[in-house]
Design a protein around this ligand. Structure first.
Ligand SMILES: Nc1ncnc2c1ncn2[C@@H]1O[C@H](COP(=O)(O)OP(=O)(O)OP(=O)(O)O)[C@@H](O)[C@H]1O
Ligand SMILES: N[C@@H](CCO)C(=O)O
Length: 310
């Protein structure tokens, strides 16, 4: 058996709608992402489903993205491949804002490419992943697939042959992620977005993103926190997540530098500068944002490594 893993990710990172994304891993060293196991080659392609969030997946495995990835990968390389006995260990909640569909897509495409001798280079592989993710969310955006594939905090460069570039990070930052247990589809959360921005608004968005990125390079933490403002998606999505404003007020009153929506939500992320803040955010979010037994809260650091064989 060969086993592969890809980490969870936070698209947007508040200030970079569709242009920033980060991969995260729990500080306790556990794995937080989807795993794909290739058990053997066999006559027919098959997929079994296990893991904590298996009940959130379509019952019919023909609708599972992992099988769609297999056929898309086969088409991309232009030859018929041996059929596989696959198992997806679904550890990320679906429609959560944690890049769940992207994570399954990344782990599957990475696994097939590795297993079949790397016929696609990283550029081709990332483009394939982004196209598949676009098929789910309704538009091609790289801010979940790219960090899940490469790890780190990344700036998307969709018009460059690089596609994305790694950014600096404050090593002591801990990010507390809280998924409340309710589902918000990315398609639905994109449907409420404005179709146009005014010139003034466009300049403000570009200015805030540039301010954040320049603060990362300058290692200017207070400037970085000041620039972590979502001027595009959050104003349009806040009615979908009414708890965000009071939670932000409570956590920032404790000195926590930033609270935002992870991807399209409903997961909330809190950027903390020390263990005391992270512990407070962890406890507070578990008590005040978790809504059912599907909810989960985890204290993370940036995941430097993306998709890989285990
Ligand atoms: N392996 C899979 N993982 C996740 N979603 C899957 C998978 N296979 C099929 N799907 C379907 O893809 C859709 C994913 O929807 P959506 O993009 O809203 O979720 P998401 O990727 O989990 O969201 P987010 O990026 O905000 O975490 C759902 O309809 C889900 O049933
Ligand atoms: N950038 C995407 C991320 C989806 O997880 C969005 O906000 O719609």
């Amino acid at each position: 058996m060969k086993s592969y893993f890809a980490p969870a990710s936070t698209g947007n990172f508040s200030v970079g709608f569709d242009l920033l994304g980060a991969a995260f891993e729990p500080v306790d060293g556990s794995l937080f992402g989807d795993e794909l196991r290739i058990h053997s080659e066999q006559a027919e392609l098959s997929l079994s489903l296990t893991g904590r969030y298996v009940h959130q997946l379509p019952k019919d495995t023909d609708h599972n993205l992992v099988l769609k990835c297999f056929y898309a990968f086969e088409k991309a390389i232009g030859r018929t491949l041996p059929r596989l006995q696959l198992e997806l260990v679904k550890n990320l909640p679906v429609g959560s804002g944690l890049g769940s569909s992207a994570c399954s897509i990344v782990v599957a495409c990475y696994a097939f490419n590795d297993y079949f001798g790397k016929p696609l280079d990283d550029y081709q592989l990332l483009q394939l992943m982004a196209q598949l993710e676009g098929g789910v969310s309704g538009s091609v955006h790289y801010d979940n697939v790219a960090p899940s594939f490469y790890g780190g905090l990344l700036l998307m460069l969709p018009d460059s042959p690089l596609l994305c570039r790694a950014l600096p990070w404050f090593e002591h930052w801990q990010v507390v992620l809280c998924y409340p247990g309710t589902v918000l589809s990315t398609k639905e959360a994109r449907a409420v977005l404005p179709q146009q921005l005014t010139l003034k608004h466009s300049i403000a968005f570009a200015g805030m993103l540039s301010r954040f990125i320049s603060a990362l390079y300058a290692k200017d933490e207070s400037e970085a926190f000041a620039a972590l403002q979502d001027l595009v998606a959050e104003p349009a999505r806040q009615h979908l997540m009414p708890e965000l404003a009071p939670i932000r007020e409570k956590l920032t009153a404790q000195g926590i530098g930033h609270v935002g929506i992870s991807g399209a939500g409903p997961t909330i992320f809190a950027v903390c500068q020390n263990d005391t803040q992270a512990k407070f955010a962890d406890d507070y979010l578990q008590q005040h944002y978790a809504k059912n037994s599907d909810a989960m809260t985890t204290v993370c650091r940036l995941a430097r490594q993306g998709a890989r064989a285990l």
